[in-house]
Write a protein that binds this ligand. Sequence first.
Ligand code: BGC
Length: 443
Amino acid sequence: MPTARFTFPRGFLWGSATAAYQVEGQNTNNSWSRWEETPGKIIEGQRSGLASDWWSGRWKEDLQRALDSGQNAHRLSIEWSRIQPTADTWDDKALAKYVGMMRWMADHHMTPMVTLHHFTDPLWLVDRGGWESEEIPALFARFVRRVVEALKDYVSLWITINEPNVYIMGGWVEGGFPPGKHDLKLAAKVTVNLLRGHAAAYRVIHELQPEAQVGVATNYRSLVPAHSWSPLDKLPVKIQDQLFNRAFNNALVNGKLDLVFKKVNLPEVAKTQDFIGLNYYTRDIVSFDITHPAEMFGRRYFPKGALVSPTGFLANVPAGFWDGLRWAHKYGLPIIVTENGVEDDTDALRPRYLVEHLHQVWRAANFNWRVKGYFHWSLVDNFEWESGWTQRFGLWGLDINTQQRIRRKSVDVYESICKENAIDSEMVKELVPEIFDQLFPTG
Ligand code: BGC
């Protein structure tokens, strides 16, 4: 049989994504290092330690691996507490290290995408109220100015804030992230400040670099009512969807923050996005349940029959990714998939998860939706926040005792896709045979 191919648009960005705290190691001056020191916050008391040892220089060998396996882009974040260790000091040596990484990428024709805030906050900032404080938009803008001035010769793709929805939910609603609060009023305040911080950063970036492309990475969760005919199931879906998936990005379009129970006018944040950053992992079924008031009376669970990751964190539901792509497309802006992946230390599920999800991206591209790139989470196993080392998201595995990298089968799968700019039937037949008939039906 001749080879069949799902071909992606020319110039497509193929990469993976990382975040400073998760890969660098030796981070000791931010909200998460303090969180790690607080008993009971990280599973089994695990510590990030050297993480994937990027700060000592291993970023180079990992990016080289990415490059050799066909990736032409990489998304990474800058650790604010390194650049501005105290309120009135700046560490130019730390900044120079990041400049070195960007220069290396430029020299190797790898497109960098830089995230300016990925969950961590410097301790001096935390002690001044962090994102609860009125002064945060100005403080964030000051840091962003410093970074963009230093990196703008190499970087033009920027994410201001990674997953504001997860950051708020973790920090102020569910409490698994620092500062570990359960306070909806404060959560609303932090949302407003994140919007203002983003808008301030957006303006600074464009002032320094008119051609910049600036966005936010949103964690889109596909939510489906257990019974499509049931108004009781549909109501919690509507509320959760508005609060988690839509409120932040809609405000960046029209300057109106709609948190269902509270509405705020923020005209200054309207029209401050150049592309939509989409992080997609999984879908939940939502069923009305009077015993779940904290989740707007909607109990969430994975679709029956879906394959679930080893620790039960994610289910493989590519149709949910389609929902996310459709959500992103409605904004009428270019779309970049800024994260997608699965925790799977055995790599039994990842190859099919990867291909099935990329198949959805291909479908979107073939509807002429403006999908410009895909960044897999993640390049190498790294410190997974409150789950520590128990969840492994890397294309490459990591032995944290020796820092040895372990090439997983998923690397071969992704390498073929990146190098061919296509999902090739022969590759699927060889490496992911379990989905061959589904992807390439022969009639
Ligand atoms: C975050 C990453 C995280 C990943 C997997 C996203 O919510 O941006 O930092 O590691 O999901 O859980």
